[in-house]
Design a protein around this ligand. Structure first.
Ligand SMILES: *Cc1c(COP(=O)(O)O)cnc(C)c1O
Length: 436
């Protein structure tokens, strides 16, 4: 498959090049040249297929022939080695739990898939690749875990100081080997801006092969389609009018759902559930897209003021506002509403939601008010104990830590503090070619 840049000033590239480059030379995000829908029969008989078989059919056209089919099967088996259960919350609301992977957030799937693609592309390559990634918490954790020990791949993670949870910080800073953590005195947007700068800095890119593992990277973004297929497989025999409410930050996940819909998945509608960082909610009301500085909330993985994947969503709907509005609604909820939702889900349904999932739940409720016949699935994007302090405070109940979290909690934090771009540049150039 060929990919073009959404800024349309760079050459088309193969899947391999798109993965290795991350972002096109003209700063544009890559987008697949064609999207060929799967046959209707695939969806009619989807319950006969395993998750790996479904994922294979969904992603095949986007990654072959650069990843040969037998290798793709193996990568998918290693990527999807945990469950994605659906839990009914009440009559027309269910949740899809995406937190059963090694770092207990949905980003594990994208990170594991991308790490294995890069590992495959790098197998005969003697050049080292550096994965440079900005994180609001979960990306860093998933990328550190997914890439740990991958040959000839070095990972540098930038995270905003004091703005990720203690557990997330441990997941990012304590693995060692080929993973380095940079603690940035600033916000997530500052981290993201520094990463973007590095990609455009000739001094760096002449010496270091950089790639990104944010959802701007097609190998991180596209595998997120699998969730929507897997949920559909579990629900379609018993439910009609399935809609998804996706707690959204950089909008990679909801955009992947829309790609699944382009492949023919019968999804009636998407809901982008936002916290106070709500540029898209406002855009859908006013048609004015006004990026702002992010504000800090209790659902910190969604504290994004200028969501990078929104441009892909615009592309999917051919930049036609009406098309977009027919397929996407967006609502935003503040911390007080989010806390109240966590308590409500716990009290009424005995379910412990994390703050991100709770925002998704509120998105479902808002949509169902006007569309009572739909069945709304909100994505539970992280395990509640990743946000232990707020969860225990709101529902006033002690939580037991799952083994994945227990395993890192007592590890030692190792991070380098930086406060501006020139310090990042110095770090990258200094550590070039060495194991850090
Ligand atoms: C990353 C993340 C999100 C936001 O996902 P996007 O694809 O950036 O919109 C939501 N919830 C959690 C827990 C996350 O880690």
């Amino acid at each position: 498959m060929k990919y073009y840049s959404l800024n349309r000033k760079a050459l088309e590239v193969s899947f391999k090049e798109a993965v290795i480059k991350g972002l096109a030379e003209d700063k544009g995000l890559y987008f697949p040249e064609n999207i060929t829908p799967l046959p209707t029969s695939f969806f009619e008989n989807i319950d006969a297929l395993s998750d790996v078989e479904i994922a294979f059919e969904a992603i095949k056209q986007f990654v072959t022939p650069e990843i040969p089919e037998p290798i793709l099967k193996k990568i998918l088996e290693e990527t999807l080695c945990f469950d994605f259960p659906i839990v009914d919350i009440h009559k027309n609301i269910s949740t899809l739990e995406l937190f059963h992977g090694p770092t207990m957030a949905f980003k594990d799937v994208g990170a594991r898939f991308m790490a294995r693609c890069l590992g495959y592309f790098n197998q005969d390559n003697t050049n080292e690749v550096t994965v440079l990634v900005a994180t609001s918490g979960d990306t860093g954790a998933a990328v550190a875990n997914g890439f740990l020990g991958v040959k000839d791949v070095k990972v540098v993670i930038l995270y905003p100081s004091n703005k990720v949870s203690d557990i997330q910080e441990k997941q990012i800073t304590s693995l060692g080997q080929n993973i380095s953590a940079l603690e940035v005195l600033g916000t997530f947007d500052d981290c993201q801006a520094m990463v973007k700068n590095a990609f455009l800095d000739k001094d760096i890119i002449q010496k270091i092969q950089l790639t990104s593992a944010n959802s701007i990277n097609v190998a991180r973004w596209l595998p997120q389609m699998f969730y929507f297929f897997i949920a559909y497989k579990k629900l379609y025999k018993t439910h009609k009018d399935i809609v998804f409410s996706v707690p959204s930050g950089n909008f990679g996940n909801v955009c992947a759902g829309m790609m699944a819909q382009q492949l023919g998945l019968p999804v009636r509608h998407f809901i982008a559930a936002n916290n106070d960082n709500n540029v898209v909610t406002k855009y859908l009301k006013t048609q004015l897209y006004t990026p702002v500085k992010s504000v800090q909330t209790i659902s910190n993985a969604m504290d994004v003021g200028d969501p990078s994947n929104f441009i892909r969503i615009q592309e999917i709907y051919k930049n036609k506002f009406d098309n977009l509005q027919n397929n996407l609604s967006s609502f935003s909820f503040n911390n007080t509403q989010t806390r109240a939702a966590m308590l409500e889900i716990y009290t009424n349904n005995g379910y412990v939601a994390d703050p991100h999932g709770a925002v998704g739940y509120l998105g479902c409720k808002a949509y169902l008010e006007k569309n009572p016949k739909a069945h709304c699935v909100f994505l539970e994007t992280a395990h509640p104990t990743k946000f232990l302090e707020v969860v225990e405070d709101v529902i006033n109940t002690k939580q037991t830590l799952p083994e994945q979290i227990q395993a890192v909690i007592d590890n030692k934090k190792v991070a380098t503090t930086i406060s501006n771009y020139s310090e990042l540049k110095t770090f990258l150039l200094l550590h070039k070619g060495t194991q850090v």
